[in-house]
Each structure stands twice: as structure tokens, then as C-alpha cells.
Design a protein around this ligand. Structure first.
Ligand code: PLP
Length: 465
């Protein structure tokens, strides 16, 4: 498979180059040149198969010729063995959910080492990097920005791998305690944690600036783990496939509701659909940082200042991965993408592009009050403690199933993106209960931390690399 840049000014590359460089040299994001449709038989052959097998099968056409399916399978087996649940991403039916009548299920994506869905892709990405570096006899530094969950998942995927160093920027004071501690209590020499005085968008801009600096990039051989890395999005297609197949696809349409921030997870669902999975709608759920939801409603995407919310991993107003969809819905028009993203005040989608977008996506937002109410309702009606990101998804799903989505018979799968114990304050405010950490994270609150607080400047980042 070849990968092209959304900005259209860089040559196409193979999987190895797309994974290792993260971002294209023209500042764009790599995108597979094609999405080969799987036949009905090929989908049916994956129904009920182990998660690692499904992942390897889906990745194989995209990773050729860098990795063959047997190599991918071995890496996937290792990556997903770190999960606490044999199914990796189990479905939990929610009978009678919100009285909406539709079949609704949670897709539990939080059984990995750091309790959020990002483990799925980052356990694998760490191994892909390691395998490629070993082949080349090289070492490298992973540089990433996190709104909370990516950082710890990336660190968990890279610690103990001698060919890799990892430096993670997080917004100082804007992650939950558990999120910060999952990063800062990893004291391995190859781990650097930087707390930036600013927002996640500031952190993300710094990482982009570092990658855009050829000297810095060469000196440290920088690798990207943010969801702009195409391998992450590809790996995340796996749970859309396992869930859809379990619910009757390819012979029955399904719907997914995706708590959305940087748009990596939702894009993975869209890519799974391009492979032929019958996904009727991808419902984007945002918190009060609702640029995407308003974009879908109005056709105008205009960044707003970030407002802190109870679902901090979605406190994002510039969704990097949306660039890939922007390119696609404008008919692969890289010139449009370049012009649109050069405008600091935002841009308007072309009317035909907006129409294409609305054919596959719907969106809504839920504020903090609705988030808390939904956590309370889930506990009362289902005896479940859910995290605030998942609550945003469930709230938006409930409204959709009562409104625009009421006519469809397709089951609705809501992605449960984090474990409740990762966001204990919101859960306690809503239910009065403390969500217990799984045994593997006992001791987190008393472990020693190490991180450096820096100003949001590239020179401060460079100095600490
Ligand atoms: C990262 C994250 C999200 C948002 O996912 P994107 O791929 O950035 O849209 C939602 N919920 C949780 C818990 C996360 O960690």
C-alpha cells in the first residue's frame, strides 16, 4: 500500500515510511491510497475470531510489503496479551437503555494497561516501531502531546524497549491525577514527562513545531505517536469490526457512537466502513468543546478557545485527524485542504463536501451537567460506573435514538473509551461512589512522580530533549 499526503506536496510513501515519519514532509497527514473492500465471505471468516487475528487480517493489505500477515499476527498477539480481558474489547448489552427501544451496547475499550482505548493502538505501535528500528539497527525518540490518555498509553507501549526514548508533553494541571500519575510514576531512564503551562492544543502545536524543525527532527530521530500516526488509526478499525460482526454484520447494519476529541477513533470507524462494514452512521459525541458538532450542523469549522470539561481527553478544538476526512470529502483536493487550514479563523466546507459528510456522520454535544446526569442514570438503571467520556457518548446516543435516529432498527454501539477509575472525581460527584482501580494499578496514588514544568516554547522542549 502507498500512502499520500493530505497536503499533496509530498511524494507517496510505503507503510514503513508512513509509520516512521508520522507526518508528511509537507505538513500533511498520510492516508492510504486505497481502501480495498473485503467481500462478504472475507468478513464472515473473521466473525468470532480472536482480536489479534482480526487486527492482523485488517492491517495486512495496509502493511504490505513491510510486514506480512504472519509477522503482524505475532506482533498483535504480543500487543493484546497485555489486556485484562480475553476478548480484548468485549461488548456489554444495555437492555432497556434510556427507554429508547433500540438495541444498545457498550464496547468496552478500557481493559488495557492504562485503562483507555488508546492502549489498543499504542501497544501495537510500540512494537511496530521497535521491530522497524531493530531491522534498521537504529534508536529513536518518540515525541507526543497528550490531553491525558495518549501519553500514558504510549509510555506503557514503549517502556523497557532499548531502541526507544519517549518524551510526552501534557497540559500542566489539566489532566486528572490518575492520568498524570500513570505517566509521571514511570521512572525508567528512557521516559521524559514535560508539563506545559498551556492547553492540549498548545502541546500539540509544540509537537508539530518540533517535527517541522529538520535539525531537531534529525538529531533525535523523532517519531510520532499522536493519532496522526496512520498505524494507530488503522489498528483501531479492529474493534469496529469485532463489534459489528458480533452484532450481525456484514448482513446487518450497525451504528456507532464515538466520544470524540482528536477524531482518530471516529476516523477509524469511517475507514472500517470504507472496507465494507455496514456502518449506517457514526455519531460523533463531543463535550462543550463542540467545534466538530457545530461544523456538521453549519458547515463552518472555526476553532474556539479550549474550555476545560469533565471529559478532559476531549477538550480539543483543533481535531488533527479531521484533516484526513476533509481531504476525502472534498474529492482528494489537497489544494483545498492547504487553503482551508492556512486560515486561522477557520474555514467553510464546500456544500457538496458537507453533504457527503452528513451522509455518514451525525453529531451532538453534551455539557458537564448532562454528563453527570448520565453517569448517575447508568448507575441507577444498570448498576454500572462509567467514565465521563463514555457518559458523553451515552448521552448523545440517547438523544439521537429518541430523535433523528429513532426510525432505524440498527443496533447502536457506544464506545466506552475509559475506565471509570481513571476519572474518579466526576464519578464521585455523580454517584457518591469511588470507582476502584483494577489490581494492576493499585499503589499508583503513592508512587514517586517525576516531571518537569515548562513554558509553551519550542526552545524549552528542545532543551529537555
Ligand atoms: C483520546 C480519548 C477520546 C477521544 O478520542 P479521539 O481519537 O482523540 O477522538 C475519548 N475518550 C477518551 C477516554 C480518550 O482518551
Amino acid at each position: 500500500m502507498r500512502y499520500v499526503s493530505t497536503r499533496g506536496l509530498a511524494p507517496a510513501v510505503d507503510f514503513e515510511e508512513a509509520v516512521m515519519s508520522g507526518m508528511a514532509p509537507d505538513g500533511g497527514l498520510y492516508l492510504p491510497e486505497a481502501f480495498p473492500k473485503r467481500s462478504r465471505e472475507a468478513w464472515l471468516a473473521l466473525r468470532g475470531r480472536p482480536f489479534a487475528e482480526v487486527c492482523a487480517a485488517l492491517l495486512a493489505p495496509f502493511a504490505a510489503p513491510t510486514f506480512d500477515v504472519a509477522e503482524l499476527r505475532a506482533l498483535c498477539d504480543t500487543a493484546f496479551a497485555t489486556f485484562d480481558h480475553a476478548e480484548v474489547a468485549p461488548l456489554r448489552p444495555l437492555p432497556g437503555f434510556a427507554g429508547v427501544g433500540a438495541e444498545v451496547a457498550l464496547l468496552e475499550l478500557f481493559h488495557g494497561p492504562t485503562l483507555a482505548f488508546k492502549d489498543v493502538a499504542l501497544q501495537l505501535l510500540g512494537l511496530l516501531f521497535d521491530a522497524l528500528l531493530q531491522r534498521r539497527g537504529q534508536a529513536a525518540t518518540i515525541l507526543g502531546a497528550t490531553s491525558g490518555d495518549t501519553g500514558s498509553a504510549a509510555i506503557a507501549g514503549c517502556r523497557g524497549r532499548p531502541a526507544l526514548r519517549i518524551a510526552i508533553l501534557h497540559p500542566h494541571g489539566r489532566t486528572s491525577d490518575v492520568q498524570r500519575r500513570q505517566m509521571t510514576t514511570v521512572l525508567d531512564d528512557n521516559v521524559v514527562n514535560l508539563a506545559v503551562r498551556g492547553s492540549f492544543d498548545d502541546c500539540q502545536a509544540l509537537v508539530k513545531a518540533a517535527f517541522a524543525d529538520p535539525a531537531l527532527r534529525e538529531r533525535h530521530r523523532l517519531l510520532a505517536v499522536n493519532s496522526i500516526n496512520v498505524a494507530r488509526v488503522l489498528a483501531q478499525m479492529t474493534y469496529y469490526a469485532t463489534a459489528a460482526l458480533a452484532l450481525g454484520a456484514p448482513d446487518r447494519p450497525v451504528r456507532f457512537c464515538v466520544p470524540t476529541g482528536n477524531f482518530g477513533d471516529a476516523l477509524a470507524g469511517h475507514w472500517a466502513r470504507r472496507l465494507g462494514l455496514p456502518i449506517e452512521v457514526l455519531l460523533l459525541a463531543t463535550n462543550r468543546n463542540d467545534v466538530l458538532a457545530r461544523g456538521l450542523a453549519t458547515g463552518a469549522l472555526s476553532p474556539q478557545p479550549v474550555q476545560p470539561s469533565l471529559s478532559p481527553s476531549m477538550d480539543i478544538t483543533v481535531s488533527s485527524n479531521f484533516e484526513r476526512l476533509l481531504y476525502e470529502v472534498h474529492g482528494d483536493d489537497a489544494a483545498f485542504v492547504r487553503a482551508a487550514l492556512a486560515r486561522p479563523a477557520g474555514y467553510a466546507l464546500r456544500p457538496d463536501a458537507l453533504q457527503r459528510l452528513r451522509a455518514g456522520f451525525a453529531a451532538d454535544s453534551a455539557d458537564d451537567a448532562a454528563t453527570l446526569a448520565r453517569i448517575g442514570q447508568m448507575h441507577r438503571d444498570h448498576g454500572l460506573l462509567i467514565d465521563p467520556h463514555t457518559a458523553v457518548g451515552l448521552e448523545v446516543a440517547a438523544r439521537h435514538l429518541r430523535g433523528a435516529g429513532a426510525a432505524s432498527q440498527a443496533p447502536m454501539v457506544v464506545l466506552a473509551t475509559a475506565h471509570a477509575a481513571k476519572f474518579p472525581d466526576a464519578v464521585k460527584a455523580a454517584t457518591g461512589l469511588i470507582a476502584a482501580l483494577p489490581p494492576r494499578l493499585a499503589g499508583l496514588s503513592s508512587a514517586k512522580e517525576r516531571y518537569t514544568v515548562i513554558d509553551p516554547t519550542l526552545s524549552a522542549v528542545a532543551a529537555l530533549l
